[in-house]
Every structure is written in C-alpha cells, then in structure tokens.
Ligand binder design. Structure first.
Ligand SMILES: [Zn+2]
Length: 331
C-alpha cells in the first residue's frame, strides 16, 4: 500500500499536470481566437511591451516611479477597454483569454498561501481512504431519490406512527442537519437492515460535499482496519500514523456506516470512543449508522461508555419491513 507521503506527492503531481493542461488549453484557445481577431494578438503584445518598458524605466530611474506606474495603468486601461469591446462585439467574455482553473480559489495549486485548499483536503481524503466508491454511490442515493413508497403507511401500534411517516420525519431531520451543519449536532441512525440508514448517510454526504464541506465516509469495518494497521505500525512510521489520525479529526463530518457488524475488540472500541471524543472537543460532527439498538450497543460497548458517548448523539430510529426485500419481490 502506498504511504501517505507517496499519496501526497502523487496528488501534487496531479496538480502540476492539471495546470500544464489548463495552460495548453488556453494557448490553443488563444491561437484560435487570435486567428480570427488578429487585433487581440497585437493588444496582448502591446500590453506585455508596456510592462517591460515600464520595468526598464523604473530600473533606469529616469522619471519618478509613481509617474511611471500611473502611465502604465493608464496605458493598460486603454488596451483592456479596446480588447473588451472587440470581445463583446464577437459575443465573447474576457475570461476566454484567461486560464480556466478547476479550483479558482487556489488556481489549481492546492494551496492558499501556506494553507491547504479545500480541494486538496478533499483529494487527500478521497485517496487516503479510497472514497471513489462513495462518490459513485451518492450519484444514485441522494435526497432527490429518497423513495417513501417503499415504506408501509399503516400505523405501527408499538411506534405510534407509520414506517412511512417515520421515514419522512427522519428525512426532514437529515435535511435540517445539512442546513444547520456545524451547530454541534451528531446523529445516530439506527434500525434493522435495509431500511434506509445508509441511504440517508449518503444523502447527507452528498449535500455537504456539494456545499463545500469535507466529509470522510467510512464503514466501521474500514475504520477499524485502519486503526489496527496504525496500532502495529513500525516505529519509523510514527509520523505517518500521527498524520492519519489528524485526517480523522480534520474532516468536518465523519460518517461511520454500519457500526456493529464488524468484529470489534477492546482496542477498536476504545479507539472509536477516543475518536468520537477528540472530534467532540474539536467541535466536529459525527454521523453513525448502526443495526444495533441502544440496548445492544450497551451490551457490546459497556453501559457507562455507551450512555456517555451515545448520549451526545441525536437518535434517529428506522423501523418497518426490509425495503430491499420488498423492492426485490416487486421486480
Ligand atoms: Zn483549490
């Protein structure tokens, strides 16, 4: 497996080639536009000449620097005006003559000053945790596609609401969570298999990613495997282990899907609670989906710990028939 440093280098290389690609795109576009409108090529030459001429005058110190700069600005303004008019007359925007960055914020460098840009953080998370599968899934599973017809509209005596009414309620709560994201809420989505828990997690992930947040989406199995790997890291990987840990903390939202199905040990359980606790202190949100109800969670992870940690979570219970089974038989 590639180390974190290798992955990081690979990503920076991707940024390099992205910039090269964008620059050559611009060259081609310009060649095409200048072929049709040669005056624009002249303007570009004049602009750069103006720049070199000004630089030379400043170096020679012949006249006052302030005056030179004024002249430069004035000259540039006239040329820009002319260029704008020509472009407008041919229904083109000035952006056609500029590089079209994938991320205008960092101009495809991955950095804003010394800070990592959000686009770099996302790429890192995607690669480190191989989240490409999640990206595919959320194309299909999102708020627009949530299907309430899969749930029974018959009121449940035990729950005092129909499975459908309940699903609608949970759906609205998840929407609210996305809208007020960052206000300290954590969600524990639980209930039987195939009732829409993972679907709802995907809805949340998709909307927050689109809003520009960093989301780390892991199944409990993936998370625990990662933690075990770190536990047995070699001493010279100390730095790397710390950085993995940082990533777990850094994401604005951590989604742990399917908790309870994996094999958990005392080590993984205590690590899980450590992560939740660290994130709580850093005021970072966690969404957990699990097949286990509160009582089962308590028996798996001890009452004291469970009530202390899961008490921080808003509980969202799904109930009803397994909608995947119903879906299958309807086909
Ligand atoms: Zn960026």
């Amino acid at each position: 497996m590639a180390t974190r440093t290798q992955i990081f280098r690979e990503i920076l290389r991707e940024y390099d080639s992205l910039r090269t690609e964008k620059a050559s795109e611009l060259r081609e576009r310009k060649a095409m536009i200048f072929g049709r409108l040669p005056r624009l090529a002249e303007i570009e030459r004049e602009m750069s000449l103006l720049g070199t001429k000004t630089a030379r005058m400043v170096l020679q110190g012949t006249i006052d620097t302030k005056d030179i700069m004024e002249q430069l600005k004035e000259g540039q303004k006239i040329l820009e005006c002319e260029r704008g008019e020509i472009l407008a007359a041919h229904h083109m925007s000035p952006e056609m003559l500029e590089i079209e960055y994938t991320c205008p914020k960092c101009q495809d460098t991955g950095y804003n000053g010394t800070e990592k840009c959000i686009c770099l953080k996302r790429r890192l998370m995607d690669k480190l945790y191989d989240q490409s599968n999640v990206r595919d899934m959320i194309q299909v599973e999102n708020f627009d596609n949530f299907d309430f017809s899969m749930y029974s509209a018959v009121q449940s005596k035990e729950e005092g609401i129909s499975a459908k009414g309940n699903a609608e309620k949970l759906y609205r709560r998840a929407l609210g969570f996305v809208e007020d994201f960052g206000n300290g809420a954590n969600l524990l989505i639980y209930g039987g298999t195939g009732l829409g828990k993972t679907f709802l997690c995907n809805c949340i992930a998709k909307d927050l990613l689109e809003k520009g947040h960093t989301v780390l989406y892991l199944t409990a199995g993936q998370l625990f495997r990662k933690l075990e790997e770190q536990r047995f890291h070699r001493d010279d990987d100390e730095e790397e282990a710390k950085e993995w840990d940082q990533e777990l903390l850094e994401a604005e939202l951590l989604i742990i899907d399917d908790l309870g199905t994996e094999f958990s040990t005392i080590f993984t359980a205590s690590e899980l609670f450590r992560i939740i606790n660290d994130r709580k202190l850093a005021k970072k949100a966690v969404v957990i989906s699990t097949n286990l109800g509160p009582t089962e969670l308590m028996s798996q992870y001890s009452d004291r710990v469970t009530s202390r940690f899961f008490g921080e979570f808003e509980q969202m219970k799904f109930f009803g028939e397994d909608i995947r089974i119903i879906k299958k038989y309807q086909k």
